[in-house]
Design a protein around this ligand. Structure first.
Ligand SMILES: [Zn+2]
Length: 470
């Protein structure tokens, strides 16, 4: 062999190191939330990037590498259907909510976010989250999707572009704003056409209602946005947290509702409307506690968040480290009255949790999502806090797993969405392997042994070692 051939083979070897091969997952318990079935002691066969079925016998197919999964639990990789890559989850990431520009300029924050995308990707994979939906951000979101989809240790990414909004958020506008105020139906149509050129997975509407912005004043813009999006075969997701806003959004043709209804109990007509229109609802329960808890210095990060969240982000969330004279009023007030912050969170959950239970029981498609990236909602492990809250709402572990896999895949949508979230022949080999049974207790969903993304297996310890700041 001459030197040149030797070098060539060396390059080939390096290039194939992260490439999928034939794997046989032997002796594990396969949990498939799509049909609620649990198979014991099978061999699950993976061929390249795809699942190639399971076998009842114990013979490992020739040419495939056996992976011992005895005593372990195999399920589809989790999908977080509501995150924002343009937000880091640190204290400085939403100057429109808490202006701390005098402590850390927002442009520095954005630069940090852009330089830490690979770290965010790695944290999702560490948590067994093999796909995410970014439900709105600047135009550079489309670049993030491209980067993630060509990175091995990254989740699959679906994105919406900038939010079509009833209110403006100047403090977030550094030239490529994540939120764009739209004033007329014609403006909405123009903007959707501009977005359509980027091939978005969703168009997102920020339907913010208050005394200056009543439900009906923005309704024609919602209608125009939906019509134009549907004409381009793009689905529309609407942020709507009040019952009447959510109802108006669905009546105008929205496909997806993001966040829960938090102002009053959902009524039977609303439940029927969601069912008749095949709406997917993403509750994002965790985000409702995190602003208030962060600002009042009562943040309740879970062990998973402390272990797998970015340490710089987590360190920033201690508001007592900010000089008094630089604290915005919103944080000062929360610190002065911490009980009121908790009380507001409780009031929100007193409505949101029973609403989730009612919608789930009625058969509305619920997709799990966190709104990660917002202050205190940690990219990656926030999903396990979301699971706890879904459990508090009364959902069973299997229902929660359905929300985070098969239902979430429907929200993800497209060709990819049609091939994730299930363990079945021809589906993409995105799997999470657990050391304990999540059907017994959803807390076990984070007891991760290894993660398979696109047919490549990573042990949890190797994934942990990849995370920045370790
Ligand atoms: Zn959001």
């Amino acid at each position: 062999m001459n030197t040149r051939t030797f070098l060539y083979l060396g390059v080939l070897f390096v290039a194939s190191a992260a490439r999928a091969e034939k794997l046989s997952l032997v002796g594990g318990t396969v949990i498939n939330p799509a049909d609620g079935k649990v198979f014991k002691n099978d061999i699950l066969v993976i061929d390249g990037e795809r699942i190639a079925g399971w076998r009842k016998d114990t013979t490992v197919p020739t040419g495939s590498k056996p992976i011992d999964c005895k005593g372990k639990f195999i399920l589809p990789g989790y999908i977080d259907t509501h995150i924002h890559f343009f937000q880091s989850a640190d204290l400085f990431t939403r100057p429109d909510g808490a202006d701390l520009n005098s402590v850390r300029p927002y442009k520095d924050e954005v630069a940090w976010i852009k330089s830490h995308l690979n770290d965010v990707f790695a944290r999702y994979i560490r948590c067994g989250i093999t796909s995410v939906v970014d439900v709105g951000g600047p135009m550079w979101n489309f670049e993030v999707r491209k980067t993630a989809n060509s990175t091995a240790k990254a989740p699959r990414v679906a994105v919406a572009g900038p939010l079509i909004s009833s209110v403006s958020r100047e403090k977030l506008d550094l030239g490529d704003p994540p939120i764009v105020k739209i004033d007329t139906p014609d403006q909405a149509r123009d903007f959707v056409r501009k977005l359509a050129a980027q091939n978005p997975d969703l168009v997102k509407i920020w339907y913010i209602v208050d005394k200056d912005h009543p439900v009906d004043s923005f309704r024609p813009i919602v209608r125009a946005t939906v019509e134009e999006s549907h004409a381009h075969k793009i689905r529309v997701a609407v942020h709507a947290t009040e019952l009447e806003t959510a109802r108006a959004a669905v009546e105008e043709g929205a496909d997806i509702l993001v966040h829960s209804v938090v102002d009053k109990p959902v009524d039977d007509a609303f439940v029927k409307l969601l069912k008749d229109r095949h709406i997917i609802l993403c509750p994002t329960l965790v985000v409702f506690e995190r602003y208030g808890r962060t600002f009042s210095h009562q943040l309740n990060l879970t062990p998973e968040e402390r272990a797998w969240g970015n340490p710089e982000v987590i360190a920033s969330l201690d508001v007592t480290k900010i000089p008094q004279d630089k604290l915005p009023d919103r944080i000062k007030n929360a610190l002065a009255k911490p009980d009121e912050a908790l009380d507001r969170i409780k009031k929100t959950y007193d409505v949101a949790l029973p609403n989730l239970k009612k919608l789930e029981d009625a058969g509305v498609t619920i997709a799990a999502g966190t709104d990660a990236g917002n202050i205190g909602t940690i990219h990656g492990p926030a999903l396990f806090r979301e699971f706890q809250l879904m459990k508090e709402a009364g959902l069973t572990p299997m229902q929660i797993l359905q929300c985070a896999t098969v239902n979430a895949a429907k929200l993800f949508g497209g060709e990819t969405g049609a091939h994730i979230g299930k363990i079945d022949n021809g589906y993409l080999a995105d799997l999470v392997i657990l050391k304990s049974n999540p059907v017994d207790d959803i807390a076990h969903a984070s007891d991760i042994d290894s993660v398979i993304k696109n047919g490549v297996l990573y042990t949890s310890s190797a994934l942990t070692n990849d995370l920045a700041g370790r």
